[in-house]
Design a protein around this ligand. Structure first.
Ligand SMILES: Nc1ncnc2c1ncn2[C@@H]1O[C@H](COP(=O)(O)OP(=O)(O)O)[C@@H](O)[C@H]1O
Ligand SMILES: [Mg+2]
Length: 280
């Protein structure tokens, strides 16, 4: 989180990165989706990943908690090499919370039940402790009065906040978010981003794929722009969003920041990208 005191680039100084990715490649058949990705997230840092659809953002996140097995390269989370032969994948995954676009709550469980269940099954917490933690977390995401509600009785934004509480209940050291607000009605986005902002302010290490540029601008320590399975550029949001170095980044941002203008310009898009590739 910006201004939290820790230097954003202080991974080396802190001794280890929260997330460290080296030479990451991932192919599906003959389709190489990640083509050599290197980057790190320092403890307490918030990194937003932006980029066009199909650029490999979700695959990158899924490789960080080994929902996908990398084709090559290493992924370390809090110093543990997830790609090493000896790794205890279940133990490693517990240190990583993941929030997806779709919330995937159990429909037959209340908000409380959804936050309790993995604590019981995975961490073997006693029910009273699991419920106490679940109540605290539901309060933290602004849902103290929805503890007994079922997913069908909750708005999309409320369901997503339950999903965030569920991930936090496992005590993760890193939280991954994959477009957590993309499926929400516009008026519900703010509450979810507000919860994420609160987490960032509390010092959580976060890797966030998002199209919410105002969130990235205000909350991210660093923004990473991906295209075609590589990192095209990264840096502070004021640099990458407001003064991008690469034409591909500029083209993407102009479409995200002004979708109406981009639609009018869609016919010219392929020309724009050909020009962008020449520039970059
Ligand atoms: N499980 C999979 N099997 C085959 N292809 C996949 C799979 N997951 C993703 N892809 C392909 O990888 C590319 C990047 O996808 P993705 O990581 O979801 O991009 P993004 O999140 O940036 O939109 C796409 O071409 C997609 O079709
Ligand atoms: Mg995606």
């Amino acid at each position: 989180m910006k201004g939290a005191g820790e230097p954003a680039a202080g991974a080396g100084r802190a001794g280890r990165s929260a997330v460290e990715i080296r030479g990451l490649r991932k192919s599906f058949g003959t389709n190489e989706v990640l083509r050599g990705v290197d980057f790190h997230v320092a403890p307490g840092e918030v990194v937003c990943v932006i980029g066009p659809s199909g650029s490999g953002k979700s695959t990158l996140l899924r490789c960080v908690n080994l929902l996908e097995e990398p084709t090559a390269g290493t992924v370390r989370v809090t110093g543990v090499d997830l790609t090493g032969p000896e790794v205890d994948i279940d133990a490693a995954r517990r240190r990583i919370g993941m929030v997806f676009q779709s919330f995937n709550l159990f429909p037959h469980l209340t908000a409380l039940g959804n936050v309790v269940i993995a604590q019981r099954k995975v961490l073997r917490r006693a029910r009273p402790e699991a419920e106490r933690i679940a109540r605290e977390l539901l309060e933290r995401v602004g849902l103290a009065d929805k503890v007994g509600s079922y997913p069908a009785q909750l708005s999309g934004g409320q369901q997503q906040r339950v999903a965030i509480a569920r991930a936090l209940a496992m005590g993760p050291e890193v939280m991954l978010f994959d477009e957590p607000t993309s499926a929400l009605d516009p008026e519900l986005v703010g509450d979810v981003l507000g919860v994420m902002r609160g987490l960032a302010e509390a010092g959580m290490t976060m890797l966030v794929v998002t199209h919410e540029m105002s969130f990235a601008r205000e909350v991210a320590d660093r923004v990473v722009f991906m295209d075609g399975g590589v990192i095209v550029e990264e840096g502070p949001p004021s640099r990458v969003i407001d003064d991008p170095a690469h034409a591909r980044t500029r083209a993407f941002l102009s479409r995200v920041l002004d979708p109406a203008a981009a639609r009018i310009g869609d016919a010219a898009e392929s020309d724009m990208f050909r020009a962008a590739d020449r520039d970059a």
